[in-house]
Design a protein around this ligand. Sequence first.
Ligand code: SPV
Ligand code: MG
Length: 431
Amino acid sequence: MKTVYTCFCTDVIHEGHMNIIQQAQKYGRVVVGILSDEAMIKYNRFPTISFEERLELAKNIPGVDEVIVQDTVLYDNVIDQLHPDYVIHGDNWLSGPMKAIRDRVEKKLSEYGGEIIDAPYTYNENVKRIDMQIKEKLMMPEFRRKRLKQAISLRGLIKALEVHSGLTGLIAEKTYVENDGEFDQFDAMWISSLCDSTAKGKPDIELVDMTSRFRTIEDVMEVTTKPIIFDGDSGGLAEHFVYTVRSLERMGVSAVIIEDKIGLKKNSLFGTEVKQTQDTIEHFCEKIKAGKKIQLTEDFMIIARIESLILEQGMEDALTRAFAYVEAGADGIMIHSRRKTPDEIVEFCDKFRAKDKTTPIVVVPTSFNTITEKELQEHGVNIVIYANQLTRSAFPAMENTAREILIHHRAKEVDDSLMPIKEIITLIDEL
Ligand code: SPV
Ligand code: MG
């Protein structure tokens, strides 16, 4: 008897899946793989029901002979173990993000003469409606908000990309790679004060007001589903911060990071080149406590950012503050550095982890960019934020285009380096 394998990465079984099973039965014994939670998240299909429930769903489909776990997005391990004669999938994986997965399956199967079956993909009004319902569930504030905590506990280390508009939000939402046998994408989005301000042509000094920053969040939220970490600068006065917490929580933002600075805030990457004042431990702890007291859900995170290394106050000061902020109720610690090497960040993480095994650690490796995510994870880091790279890549590209047009008195010379018009007008999905 031949073996036919198919993998489901869904929370709802609909007629499309039933059709795949019926097709599969014609070829042999049907084995269904269910993607693990971690793999679902990596694949940007954040589970809305538990893994056990997904297993049960698959077991109850008539015609399924066996259900197994597929714990990576790519099929390599399953193919190695199961050696299926056939892998069947809807033919929608012939293009788009899924094509990379199909190509890999084809390569693996060809090693021993296995075959792919591309079954006609079922897409009708009913399936479309179910897709929409899942998407809606992912976008709604109550689901999106808790997804950051879930992702940290399921993945250990998560990575966030800076976004400051609907368009950059789409890049964080949709960009994926299939590289070295791994499928990868960003887990979350960072609404940076630096890039939100820069996009408006303003300095990063808490000048762009909350109403405007919230508008940025709305723009991003309208077109994405991934969790959002908001750069709350200093958090302002505690009396104001409580309103910010309530608003962010209501909108479905997952976390706010506030830094222990007071007075006129300047960007941390200036370090001691400009005048910046660190808050006292007592005063900053009061702000954390006020925020924690006012939030309504268990999901929302207030993360305390320590500026001691930026302001050259030393490792001991950074650690003392970290433990005090956790004691005051902070749900995570962000430690920042502007050194080129990661030594002081690594030292902080090791010393913090020696005493605190669980509180999430956040880092922003802009200056110390040689260290990899894996190395950071080995030192106990849970969230890596790529805080400004999109803005820094877009800006010189746009400036160059403007210069080229000025030089040539027409746009022809620069056209080859631009995205084709056809691509830009189809970039955005219509609802
Ligand atoms: C931001 O992105 O606005 C940050 C990180 O706060 S940093 O610019 O490195 O201070
Ligand atoms: Mg900032």
